[in-house]
Design a protein. Structure first.
Length: 195
């Protein structure tokens, strides 16, 4: 959409919401119930890292629509189970039309699960949230929403140092938005937290 597009649109339910979520029921549900809400827990955050990695180069709605198949194929993103996946699992996933069949991303998800299982319980959660910015101004238009921030760059660098893959700065900023480390709901959106 061009930058002149409105940041907030009124949905069929009468609620003003971020325009990127307008007109698609799945997007609206995700926007209203998940996006930008604080999410904690190693397993939940591992899932989000994996899905954001799969999203790289694709639209988020593609991943959102495939999420049930991803959850089935990757054992509901239980890091301990995924860490045990071998070549037969890679081939099984490569043959699954319900997910994004990208060998590098599948192998990265398995490798990342192994890294998560090597961490202490709660360590992934603590690590990710330690990079959350202290505060940010509520965006009023698309131009005010960055693709990369110093915090997402630092998080990416730290995860890469630890061996994680598909965790670039842009992907990590999308993660920060998705799990509520930053609240980029536009001013006027019914989900925008006052403050």
């Amino acid at each position: 959409m061009p930058d002149a597009a409105p940041a907030v649109l009124i949905g069929t339910d009468g609620r003003p919401r971020c325009s990127w979520a307008h007109g698609d029921g799945e997007y609206e549900r995700y926007h209203d119930q998940e996006w930008g809400r604080p999410l904690h827990g190693d397993r939940a955050l591992f899932e989000r890292i994996a899905l954001e990695g799969f999203q790289a180069g694709l639209s988020w709605i593609t991943i959102l629509r495939k999420r049930p198949a991803f959850r089935e194929g990757f054992a509901d993103f239980d890091p301990a189970v995924v860490a045990g996946f071998g070549e037969a699992d890679v081939e099984r996933l490569m043959g699954d039309p319900g997910i994004v069949r990208n060998r590098a991303k599948i192998e990265a998800t398995i490798a990342n699960a192994r890294l998560v299982t090597a961490m202490a319980p709660g360590e992934l959660d603590d690590l990710l949230w330690s990079f959350a910015p202290r505060s940010s101004d509520r965006p009023t238009d698309r131009a005010q929403v960055p693709a990369v921030t110093p915090e997402s760059t630092a998080l990416s660098k730290e995860l890469r140092r630890r061996g994680f893959r598909f965790v670039g700065p842009t992907t990590m900023y999308a993660l920060m938005q998705a799990v509520g480390m930053v609240d980029d709901h536009f001013s006027g959106c019914w989900c925008a937290v006052p403050g």
